[in-house]
Design a protein around this ligand. Structure first.
Ligand SMILES: Nc1ncnc2c1ncn2[C@@H]1O[C@H](COP(=O)(O)OP(=O)(O)O)[C@@H](O)[C@H]1O
Ligand SMILES: [Mg+2]
Length: 259
């Protein structure tokens, strides 16, 4: 779940009104097609058609990828309402097989197993100092969630500016290859992290998103996982590890404990 799988040759042809999409992994292509079909009555996803096992057609949006300067109060509100809608959808049984997530047990999020899985991916010399604290944080989140009433739901799973499209004043979410069944706060935290939303912007988002199980602790927990994911990713690619990340990570742990 934490590895970034590059999706090779996604866009085969870029025609005036249609995009022909394909992927090396046909099961991921099939998943994206059927999820977009499932969502087709919603105004914020592109229409798709003609899946033949190898390619499908996707409505070409006339707008552009979002940029940070587009993040006005109105667009943050719209993003919050879009995510709220997705996260409250009833999932059809026929769709469940495409978004299956083996980290869930009895439909519940498993912070401790997820933390352990991601810690295995990060070079031990970095994790050594932090492992106990990180596992304790995961255990705390797990016991807190036991008393909270939350549902896992369809989440987009890849909310970067590249996958948020602006067409006139409307927002669209594209690129559903990483969607899955999960606790919906994952999407929220990823959006905050990748769009680098300020504290004020996060507050605006949360006011409109309005899901009462979400609190600072769960958001900080997901943020830690995202930081660890980036660390693991740099290590897998053989890149130099960014000291900045390591400092950030320690700081996040500290903040968590000093609250
Ligand atoms: N339906 C669409 N309409 C217009 N542009 C699109 C559409 N789908 C994708 N694109 C453009 O192509 C880029 C890559 O497509 P995407 O589906 O996000 O694949 P990936 O990120 O896996 O390469 C997007 O960031 C966007 O700029
Ligand atoms: Mg993309």
């Amino acid at each position: 779940m934490f590895k970034d799988y590059p999706h090779k040759n996604k866009i085969l042809k870029n025609q005036p009104n249609t995009i022909i999409k394909s992927l090396a992994d046909k099961s991921v292509l099939e998943k994206e097609f059927y999820i977009l079909k499932f969502l087709e009555n919603l105004s914020f996803v592109p229409r798709v058609s003609n899946f033949d096992g190898k390619v499908f057609l996707e409505e070409k949006l006339s707008g552009r990828e979002m940029i940070k300067d587009d993040l006005s109060e109105d667009s943050i509100k719209e993003l919050a309402l879009i995510l709220r809608k997705i996260h409250l959808l009833d999932i059809l049984p026929s769709i469940k097989k495409y978004i299956y997530n083996d980290f869930l047990i009895d439909g519940k999020y498993q912070p401790v197993s997820i933390m352990r899985a991601i810690l295995k991916e990060v070079p031990p010399q970095i994790i050594d100092k932090h492992e106990d604290v990180l596992c304790e944080i995961a255990r705390n989140i797990e016991s807190k969630l036991k008393n909270k009433n939350y549902q896992v739901s369809l989440i987009h799973g890849d909310l970067s500016l590249h996958n948020i499209f602006f067409q006139k004043d409307d927002i669209f979410l594209i690129d559903w290859t990483d969607c899955r069944l999960d606790i919906s706060s994952c999407d929220v935290s990823q959006l905050f992290y990748l769009l680098d939303l300020s504290h004020v912007q996060q507050k605006i988002f949360l006011k409109h998103y309005d899901m009462d199980y979400i609190d600072d602790e769960i958001l900080i927990f997901h943020r830690l996982l995202l930081l660890l994911h980036d660390l693991a990713h740099s290590a897998i690619k053989g890149e130099m590890l960014d000291e900045d990340y390591i400092t950030k990570l320690s700081l996040e742990c500290k903040i968590f404990y000093e609250r």
